[in-house]
Write a new protein. Structure first.
Length: 122
């Protein structure tokens, strides 16, 4: 299994990258299916985070559990984690269907993080 990252955006404070697993980015597939206005708003939020750091507003950025965070734009949730060297690694995105984070999405984000960290080890 080949796990690499792909740059989404880079700013003064952070770089945001997506996991690419066996040549496929779950985030990019999700992003491609969004309507253009949602893509623009999410891209603007990513650029803001890269330039200024993680927002303190839990309506935009929230710790879900076990080092997994959600970047939030209306009903869109993009799950991610922090990596050394001022990086945020995006695992995947989803549309919110309930008030709390879906346990399946959190489990998926944790699995992708583990695959990433395992592939990164020498």
């Amino acid at each position: 299994m080949s796990v690499i990252t792909q740059l989404i955006t880079r700013g003064a404070r952070l770089s945001i990258l997506a996991i690419v697993d066996d040549g496929r980015s779950q985030f990019e597939q999700f992003f491609a299916g969004l309507p253009p206005p949602s893509k623009g708003k999410l891209r603007a939020l990513f650029d803001f985070i890269a330039k200024n750091g993680a927002p303190r507003n839990i309506e935009k950025f929230r710790h879900e559990e076990d080092g997994i965070y959600a970047i939030k734009q209306n009903q869109i949730r993009v799950y991610c984690f922090f990596e050394t060297g001022q990086m945020i690694i995006v695992t995947h995105g989803t549309l919110k269907k309930r008030q709390k984070a879906n346990p399946k999405d959190l489990k998926r984000a944790k699995r992708l993080r583990e695959e990433y960290l395992k592939a990164k080890r020498p």
